[in-house]
Design a protein around this ligand. Structure first.
Ligand SMILES: Cc1cc2nc3c(=O)[nH]c(=O)nc-3n(C[C@H](O)[C@H](O)[C@H](O)COP(=O)(O)OP(=O)(O)OC[C@H]3O[C@@H](n4cnc5c(N)ncnc54)[C@H](O)[C@@H]3O)c2cc1C
Length: 376
């Protein structure tokens, strides 16, 4: 096997998590990452990962794949933090409260309550019902049900738990630094824009490509996935060192959130918007005002004593896809396999490690074949 036997196309969080998973399984020295934008670059609208909040939340879809990717992502990130792994430097356990104006699907609630830590449910229905925990390995042997008086007006359901918050730009840079080290396989990062998926097979030795190109799945020749679309989000980066907890409210027409950024100097992300199909990279002043108003209502102490300082407003485009992320293999010639991994929408950080496990599992046979050939 050669250094470029495996190419990861894309160096956003989705590609970085695939590199980490492959490295963990012993393939680090056979990988080259190829991407137009790399961690540490000046932020651009074509590179979503540096814009994320980021945290683990109940924002994802309720289908079986999304629930599994979330669960694996949360569990693996928690394990990294628990074991004080190097990869966890910019991850932190943080208390989080989330509110929904409409009741989320029961499958989603059941799944989340099976694995999230320190869960309390706040339900307007009766305030008393017990959710059955079906997973024998569940950490949550006890669920605390809080009274409905704890719900803000207009909210149908709430959940409080220990989440993972992520300093998104620093985490991506840190992963790149780690992956470049011998222990991880000294993975090279090659800055290159490809104009066709086939160009990701950078040499005759390249047999396997992980396609992690985010929003470019819409336009890149050889992919051109018509199910993909951007979901625009505007955020405010503020300084508010007193904020230590996440709070989110999911409404039918809005998404409001407050996420303290770990390992920063008191930076907090305030959001936001989920605008399907909106490609605009421009900051809209009225949207910043709406964010200040909504987050102030969610956490009144944010606005007290002039403690909050707005650093800047920013816009990012979540790489979304009808039906959820595409984690799928495609054999494009007898000796060339592509494993697609794009369309993570608003969940690339929380579900990225789960997506990576599935993507690498899909390539298991090819990986084994490459290793066996190398031993002959
Ligand atoms: C405002 C906002 C808040 C968010 N908050 C959260 C959150 O709290 N939690 C969470 O989990 N997620 C959150 N997200 C979503 C998360 O940011 C995305 O899911 C994630 O960044 C997608 O990563 P990606 O690697 O798929 O794409 P990207 O980060 O866009 O990376 C794509 C990569 O592909 C490369 N590429 C593309 N085309 C080509 C080409 N032709 N040739 C070579 N290279 C190419 C790019 O250069 C780049 O390296 C948020 C997003 C936004 C915008």
């Amino acid at each position: 096997m050669a250094r470029d036997s495996i190419v990861i196309l894309g160096a956003g969080i989705v590609g970085l998590d695939v590199a980490l998973e492959l490295s963990k399984r012993g393939y680090g020295k056979y990988i080259t990452v190829v991407a137009e934008h790399l961690p540490g670059d000046e932020a651009t609208i074509d590179y979503t990962s540096p814009w994320a909040g980021a945290n683990f939340s109940g924002i994802s879809g309720g289908d079986a794949n999304a629930l599994r990717w979330d669960r694996t992502g949360y569990s693996l990130m928690m394990r990294l933090i628990d074991t004080q792994a190097e990869e966890a430097k910019y991850l932190a356990k943080t208390e989080s409260t989330e509110y929904w104006d409409e009741m989320p699907a029961s499958d989603k609630i059941r799944s989340m309550t099976e694995y999230l830590r320190d869960v309390s449910i706040i339900s307007q229905r009766t305030g008393k019902e017990k959710l059955q925990v079906t997973d024998a390995n569940s950490i949550n042997t006890q669920l605390t049900i809080l009274p409905k008086k704890d719900l803000p007006s207009g909210v149908a359901f709430g959940i409080k738990f220990t989440t993972v918050t992520i300093n998104a730009p620093a985490h991506c840079q840190h992963l790149k630094t780690l992956l470049s080290q011998p222990k991880y396989g000294s993975i090279p990062f090659l800055r290159r824009r490809v104009s066709h998926l086939q160009d990701a097979f950078i040499s005759s030795k390249t047999k396997l490509v992980f396609n992690c190109i985010g929003n470019s799945a819409i336009t890149l020749s050889g992919v051109s996935d018509s199910k993909c679309y951007p979901t625009r989000g505007q955020i405010l980066l503020v300084k508010a060192p007193s904020v230590r907890k996440n709070i989110m409210r999911h409404g039918a027409k809005y998404e409001t959130y407050i996420i303290p950024r770990p390992m920063s100097d008191g930076t907090v992300i305030l959001g936001g918007f989920m605008q399907k199909g909106n490609w605009s990279p421009h900051v809209v002043p009225e949207e910043s005002e709406s964010i200040v108003k909504r987050t102030g209502e969610l956490l009144p102490s944010l606005m007290l004593d002039g403690q909050m300082e707005i650093i800047r407003a920013a816009v990012g485009l979540r790489p979304s896809r009808e039906g959820g992320a595409r984690v799928e293999q495609e054999r494009i010639s007898p000796d060339r396999l592509v494993v697609h991994n794009y369309g993570a929408g608003g969940t690339g950080f929380q579900a990225g490690m789960g997506l990576a496990v599935d993507a690498v599992d899909l390539a298991a046979k090819t990986l084994k074949g490459l290793t066996q050939k190398a031993m002959l």
